[in-house]
Design a binder for this molecule. Structure first.
Ligand code: ZN
Length: 294
């Protein structure tokens, strides 16, 4: 099954909701970056949340970046998503190993520790929108909930889950975002809060075989939920040798000349997908010639 995001409305359009199944995205990220289980969970939750947030944007060229900088052993995570369901991301430290937390779960909050989450939206305006919060628990879903409430003033419930198999691969991944419009009835809010406090975790819903549609039906069925959109989503990186060449040109003549003098081929790595690009001395000479033309 391919990964996808569904968008829905409920309670006479006073609730909007998103749900995602993202097993392939998270497994791709795990393989690209060779992440340990706790980092697979941390990065996977952020990728899943950001993929849904990306589809909230309208423009074809709109781009969302969520960056976490933190004091825990993970040090940070960076994820980028567009409005068409393409998402990519990388951890600062991929191999953090921690004992399980008090609940016996992967200790994502412990891996992140104290820190800051920044949400940067490029939406065709000159200046990007930037919202920033202090991490609340480092468990990511709670942090995004806090971000929506404080930076966007939208009361939200966010659930994110990654289930890592015994061999370290991704067994399940997904999540949901439920948002209240300013005109949501108090009775609906109370009933929704009650519902959310009684449901199982995202990972157990996914592990029980529930689809994103099933999850929204479970959470919002009593409010007359209606699926309005379904978008395929995948891990996608737009790096290429040409882009790496441009990056090399921008480092400047002096550094290029030194690389050529060393007489060794160089390797450039893409942060987002960990692809390697080799440049021979001959290629570096051509790049230097281009840099001189600028
Ligand atoms: Zn790449």
């Amino acid at each position: 099954m391919n990964d996808y995001i569904v968008r829905a409305t409920a309670a006479d359009h006073s609730i909007r909701a998103f749900a995602i199944t993202s097993k392939n995205i998270v497994e791709e990220a795990r393989k690209d970056h060779n992440t340990s289980p706790v980092i697979t969970a941390a990065l996977g939750r952020l990728l899943s949340g950001a993929a849904m947030m990306g589809t909230m944007m309208k423009g074809e060229k709109d781009l969302l970046t969520v960056q976490i900088q933190c004091q825990g052993p993970a040090q940070g995570l960076t994820v980028t998503a567009d409005s068409a369901g393409h998402v990519k991301g990388f951890p600062r430290v991929a191999d953090v190993a921690l004992p399980p937390n008090a609940l016996g779960k992967l200790d994502v909050g412990g891996a992140l520790g104290l820190g800051v989450m920044s949400v940067i939206k490029h939406m065709g305006l000159k200046e990007p929108y930037v919202g920033q919060i202090a991490l609340q628990t480092g468990e990511i879903a709670e942090d995004l909930t806090y971000y929506f409430a404080t930076s966007e003033q939208v009361p939200s419930a966010v659930g994110l889950g990654v289930l890592v198999d015994v061999d370290g691969s991704v067994k399940q991944a997904g999540g949901f975002i439920i948002q209240l419009m300013p005109f949501t009835d108090e009775k609906v809010i109370d009933a929704l809060e009650k519902k959310l406090s009684s449901v199982k975790s995202v990972t157990s819903m996914l592990d029980a075989g529930m689809t994103p549609e099933d999850i929204l039906q479970e959470l919002l069925g009593e409010f007359g939920v209606e699926i309005t959109e379904k978008t395929e989503t995948r891990f996608a990186c737009n790096c290429s040798k040409e882009r790496m060449e441009k990056a090399l040109i921008s480092i400047g003549r002096k550094d290029l000349e030194e690389m050529i003098k060393d007489g060794e081929p160089i390797e450039m790595n893409c942060h987002f997908c960990n692809s390697h690009y080799q440049f021979s001395v001959e290629e570096l000479k051509k790049i230097l010639a281009q840099a001189k033309k600028r």
